[in-house]
Design a protein around this ligand. Structure first.
Ligand code: ASP
Length: 341
């Protein structure tokens, strides 16, 4: 089994985990900060979040910045050729174009995003450069690709033979129907993560040893979408929102419903009012269902949130949503509130 317990015991990361829980915490966190002894922490959506969190943890455990951690973390599923819902190898739109969406937000409220970007394998890193090197927040389509190339990114074909085959198969019926929880359903702990679903997103939130929060969100969106369709994932406030005073939230699932309700912003604002992360996610889900009751039967939307104290929680329309969590105490996959490892 691709076993977390074994991994924690045997790996260099396991050694770091042990070290930080006994010594580094005492050094980094003092006084009131001791209450936040669950920090640093990183959480992310779906089983592919486990490997992404492991990567993010390497930065957090060294006392690095949450922003660097989330960028490094989500690059893992972006590069995974077995993952067909994030990054390179993402399933294409109905015309065969692989178009990627991503956004990133830091502890100062800075943010950057790209949408409908083709030919660039790491949209999250382009989003970060939009944030850091331009006066803008969001670049789309050819403009985003052009910017990426100017910044030194390699232009490459993103449609892999496997994705192309799946697209040809889909063309036989050409029926657009987002699947529910395909990540959790097809998860096999004996193999590396991958993703067999026709959509799903990695949304990641991290708090570093200084207590600063950042988030990242990246996806190839809905497989077989209309060319030009953009979901919630690159939209600040919808797919991701961070307010360093309060916490952060991210979403996955049918992005249209998240955009309609400005979902992640809503979750953060509810936490500001005193809701726990889970209750804030639940209220946002309820609002989606109240406005469009048929969503309760037909689609999945999941929210994942963390507050300033490092408490986290999630809620989704359908059972079966999962998220990964990594801090000094544990690395875990939580499915319907239950620990998987
Ligand atoms: N939210 C993404 C989108 O609508 C897809 C997903 O997370 O399932 O593009």
């Amino acid at each position: 089994m691709y076993n977390r317990r074994k991994f924690i015991k045997s790996s260099a990361l396991g050694a770091s985990l042990a070290a930080i829980s006994t010594q580094s915490f005492a050094k980094v966190l003092t006084g009131a900060d001791v209450e936040r002894s669950a920090l640093p922490v990183v959480i992310s959506t779906w089983p592919f979040g486990v490997a992404a969190n492991e990567e993010a943890w390497k930065t957090l455990v060294k006392g690095g910045r949450a922003l660097d951690a989330v960028e490094a973390g989500v690059k893992i599923p972006e590069a995974d050729l077995k993952n067909h819902s994030v990054g390179k190898a993402g399933y294409p739109d109905r015309d065969g174009h692989v178009t990627l969406d991503a956004c990133i937000m830091d502890e100062q409220g800075n943010c950057g995003a790209v949408a409908g970007m083709e030919y660039i394998a790491h949209p999250i890193s382009v989003a970060r450069l939009v944030m850091e090197k331009t006066p803008h927040v969001l670049l789309v389509g050819d403009g985003a690709t052009q910017f990426a190339v100017e910044q030194g990114f390699k232009k490459e074909k993103l449609l892999t033979p496997e994705s192309e085959k799946a697209w040809h198969e889909w063309l036989k019926t050409a029926r657009y129907k987002p699947e529910i929880n395909s990540e959790t359903k097809t998860y096999d702990p004996n193999t590396a993560p991958g993703s067999k679903g026709n959509h799903d997103t990695i949304g990641m939130l991290a708090i570093d040893t200084k207590g600063n929060i950042s988030g990242a969100c990246t996806t190839s969106g809905m497989a077989w979408k209309i060319h030009g369709r953009v979901g919630d994932s690159p939209i600040i406030g919808a797919g991701l929102y961070v307010d360093n005073e309060v916490g952060g939230a991210t979403s996955t699932g049918v992005g249209e419903e998240v955009i309609r309700n400005v979902g992640s912003f809503l979750v953060v604002e509810l936490m500001r009012q005193g809701y726990s992360p889970e209750d804030a996610c639940k209220e946002a889900v309820k609002r989606i269902i109240r406005k469009k009751p048929q969503t309760a039967k037909e689609i999945q939307v999941g929210f994942l949130a963390i507050n300033k104290k490092g408490e986290y929680g999630a809620y989704a329309i359908q059972k079966g949503f999962s998220f990964a969590v990594c801090n000094a105490q544990k690395q875990d996959l939580i499915i319907d509130g239950k620990s998987f490892y």
